[in-house]
Design a protein around this ligand. Structure first.
Ligand code: BEZ
Length: 403
């Protein structure tokens, strides 16, 4: 599995993160400022549980999520809405078996005021009930499971990231416009995020007249050798492949796609997580030319993104990612909401989030909450050689997508 790429400078920076504590095993929290539950705007403290993977396929995403959260705090005197922030980190691990207990521990053992994070859709789906019962706000900083802010919605679960449908639907529409000869072959890991990606892609692409040449859901977290699945593509006659993979699986998939000789014969498309962040460096030349849809690129041309890219690169020695933006934006919306909320109860914070209107100042550009999830632009990106590093160049805007 790919390891997160951290410069020496970034590694040193992480050692010195003020106010970040890890909720280990039996989990006492420590950190900056007075803790827990009774702050008031303009002077108190807020205790935030940050749930991120520190183990498994999505470990590189956890690094970026942590860095984005800390960058926002460093830029804002360690405060959100006037409250001194104490962050307690819990390890989500690879999926719900570890992710759900991590959430429960932060609520019951650490008595956090609110929660941020969660990468895996299945962990998010498994946590919804515990969040509703605790009446604490959770701002999801990655997991795209549609139901958590849709059918299984409760007032406390918000999202500063995306739904799995957004990138998949956008790319489905795009490829329906291209009509690759022989149709499109679909591949994704066999859990909620991959399954939802298939559904949304088909809705847009088949709905737009395209044909599916074949599809494979691969076992999540245990597939290191994709060859048995890739071998279905050449005989299918597909003119393109569309996939959802992220983290360590994205590295293995993209490098093996090239090794198997498919890169030059069946163009590869994906939800943008496929080529996002440290995985891109690990994929190297095998990633060149891959086109993806996503709500962020370091190459988006706006002032907030230029500042963000410069500050993040300065702090960590690498380009930022959508994952870092998503925790930075989680902090941004909480900063705005906590300044307005009557107190730190889940109801007060949720009411304040509902009243935010357009979020400006985000590196991804302005966005609004559509219900409890961002409505935002999806960009068509292509992996190109940048100035000494591979980048996801912005080729086009695919449109604005909601829930
Ligand atoms: C998900 O499980 O929702 C997910 C995981 C990694 C990247 C994007 C989405």
């Amino acid at each position: 599995m790919a390891q997160p790429v951290l410069s020496r400078r970034a590694a040193l920076g992480m050692v010195g993160l003020a106010g970040l504590a890890t909720a280990a095993g039996c989990g006492n929290s420590v950190g900056g400022g007075p803790s827990g539950g009774s702050g008031s705007s303009g002077g108190g403290a807020v205790k935030v549980g940050l749930v991120i993977p520190q183990d498994g396929v999505y470990t590189p995403l956890g690094v970026d999520l942590r860095n984005g959260w800390q960058l926002y705090l460093d830029q804002h005197e360690g405060k959100l809405g006037g409250y001194e922030v104490e962050t307690v980190i819990a390890d989500e691990g690879e999926g719900p078996d570890t992710g759900v207990p991590a959430i429960q521990g932060l609520i019951t053992r650490d008595n956090v005021d609110l929660l941020v994070g969660i990468v895996n859709s299945a962990s998010a789906l498994g946590s919804v009930e515990a969040i509703a019962a605790a009446k604490k706000v959770l701002v999801i900083a990655n997991a795209g499971a549609i139901a958590v802010t849709g059918q299984a919605r409760n007032p406390y679960v918000w999202r500063a990231s995306f739904t799995n449908a957004q990138a998949a639907f956008a790319m489905g529409e795009h490829l329906a416009g291209q009509q690759p000869e022989g149709g499109v072959y679909l591949m994704a890991p066999d859990y909620a995020a991959g399954q939802e990606t298939f559904v949304a892609f088909k809705e847009a692409y088949v709905g737009g007249g395209g044909t599916i040449a074949g599809e494979a859901l691969t076992p999540f977290g245990t597939t290191q050798d994709f060859q048995p699945f890739l071998s279905g593509i050449p005989g299918s006659g597909a003119g393109a492949t569309f996939v959802f993979y992220s983290g360590g699986e994205a590295v293995d998939y993209v490098t093996q796609y090239a090794e198997f000789g498919l890169k030059d014969t069946v163009p590869l498309y994906g939800s943008g997580f496929l080529t996002e962040g440290s995985v891109l460096e690990a994929q190297g030349e095998a990633a060149l030319g891959i086109q993806t849809a996503l709500h962020y690129s370091t190459e988006i041309d706006n002032a907030a993104n230029a500042d963000f890219v410069a500050a993040y690169s300065d702090a960590h020695g690498v380009l930022p990612t959508c994952f870092a933006v998503q925790t930075w934006d989680s902090a941004l919306v909480l900063d705005l909401a906590l300044a307005e909320a009557a107190d730190l109860s889940g109801d007060a914070i949720s009411d304040a989030l509902a009243g935010l209107g357009e979020i400006s100042g985000s590196p991804r550009g302005p966005w609004v909450f559509d219900g409890q999830t961002p409505k935002q632009i999806e960009y068509l990106r292509e992996v190109q050689q940048g100035d000494g590093v591979l980048i996801n160049a912005v080729v086009d805007e695919l449109g604005e997508y909601a829930q």
